[in-house]
Ligand binder design. Structure first.
Ligand SMILES: [Zn+2]
Length: 443
């Protein structure tokens, strides 16, 4: 089946004024001014009302936290007290809760134009050993591409870490389950729907040995690895006290300074560390909303970009955002970036690129993240017919500056998954009711 997405109002791609042609799951042709498809098409989609973007890629989230948004125990706190307040509440998480949380988060992301999502799941209380399996099932059922990260915590309070004992696992348990899910689900091939990455939670929740063992496994199974790093000054002090080194040195000592690694937040780097990270190709997921909510600081996005480090965007877990809207993440990244780099320092094109190609590079992928022949047909289409866009001139800039929130259409691997702003094939009202009922158990 060949489909022509025809005559877009605007498109985030070069040489595609007349649109693009899709065959099967892939983009096969871009059409510039005056062009027509080189071979007959079976279907034409008139995109003259639509701004067409590559499907957005979210590189950091904690789906389960959608159950504890705007929680009275947690609001108005810095990171460490925020975590300490929430750990015992999260310890009550059961498989049925996680399933609804994943379904809700994936749906919310998709409605905002996201076609590939990474989730950092590091919580495995007793009874929730199959958390990764649940997320994979939900992603497959909705048709969203995912990098599901097998997160981990093995350093609890009794060993000098932050989390309580009931939410951590032993190193053996973590490594065995990491291998199990890699063997079951990880697909390193181009066009993959599901990939697994390994994700020790942060320097203050895992041992140095687990970091090194994780790097070894990632090499063996050809997968990415992910962790929170340089999010707060508290974390930096923790590393200096516990290990006698700064967080980036910890990465070096544990075999993480390479293209397999991408970091959530990446705020408190020295100039010299930025150069080293760029040279090594370590990716950084900028979570602007979370950084502002927790007052963590401003990510040096442009410096990282300039040094060669892939920069991606993430909404982060819903307990620190508290929404999972990718377009909102773009707008926040633009605004907070301007506080650091000035009004001409960060453009709408920068944040569009970070949320697509940059995020894809963080996940180790070159088969998604751009609108170009040979890449997967993952697209997000927005209309500008809401009051917030009325009077807007540059359609691409308008998406970011006027604050687009909801895609009109989303295509993943050549299939429409959102039509007229609604997910295809399931009952959103029912999901909202079920998710709200589950969340009520975490009051
Ligand atoms: Zn996070």
């Amino acid at each position: 089946m060949r489909v022509w997405i025809r005559d877009p109002l605007a498109i985030f791609a070069e040489g595609a004024a007349r649109g693009l042609v899709i065959e099967g799951t892939r983009i096969v042709e871009l059409l510039d001014r005056g062009d027509v498809p080189s071979a007959p098409v079976e279907e034409t989609f008139d995109a003259s009302r639509h701004v067409v973007l590559p499907g957005l890629v979210n590189t950091h989230h904690h789906f389960y936290q959608t159950l504890t948004r705007a929680h009275p125990e947690a609001i108005n706190k810095d990171l460490f007290p925020w975590l300490v307040a929430l750990y015992p509440i999260w310890a009550r998480l059961k498989p049925e809760h996680l399933r609804l949380a994943a379904r809700l988060a994936l749906t919310e992301l998709m409605l905002s134009g996201c076609t590939t999502a990474a989730d950092h799941h590091y919580l495995f209380p007793r009874g929730l050993e199959n958390a990764i399996d649940i997320e994979v099932e939900e992603a497959r059922s909705l048709g969203v591409r995912m990098t599901v990260t097998r997160g981990s915590m093995n350093l609890s309070k009794k060993d000098g870490g932050l989390p309580p004992d009931e939410v951590v696992q032993s190193e053996d348990e973590i490594l065995a389950d990491s291998e199990r899910v890699l063997k079951l689900f990880h697909d390193p091939r181009p066009g993959a729907d599901i990939r697994i990455a390994l994700a020790p939670c942060s320097p203050f929740t895992v041992t140095k040995k687990l970091m090194s063992e994780t790097a070894r496994l990632a090499e063996k199974y050809d997968c990415q690895m992910h962790t929170h790093l340089c999010e707060t000054k508290d974390e930096e002090r923790f590393c200096l006290d516990m290990y006698g080194v700064r967080p980036v040195e910890l990465l070096e000592e544990t075999g993480w300074m390479n293209k397999r690694a991408w970091l959530a937040h990446g705020i408190h780097f020295s100039a010299e560390e930025i150069t080293r990270l760029g040279r090594a190709g370590v990716g950084v997921c900028h979570c602007a909303a979370s950084n502002m909510v927790l007052a963590s600081g401003i990510c040096p996005t442009k410096d990282l970009d300039g040094a060669g480090a892939p920069v991606g965007l993430g909404v982060d877990g819903s307990a620190s955002n508290d929404s999972s809207n990718m377009m909102e993440a773009l707008r926040h990244a633009l605004m907070i970036g301007r506080l650091r780099y000035g009004a001409s320092g960060v453009s709408h094109r920068d944040v569009l690129r970070w949320a697509s190609e940059g995020s894809a590079r963080c996940l180790g992928r070159t088969d998604i993240g751009r609108i170009a022949p040979g890449l997967e047909a993952d697209l997000a289409l927005f209309t500008l017919d809401e009051p917030r866009f009325s009077g807007a001139h540059d359609p691409l800039a308008a998406l970011v500056l006027c604050g687009a929130h909801r895609a009109d259409r989303v295509m993943i691997g050549g299939r429409w998954r959102v039509i007229d702003g609604a997910p295809v094939g399931f009952d959103l009202a029912r999901l909202l009711a079920e998710h709200a009922a589950a969340a009520a158990q975490f009051a």
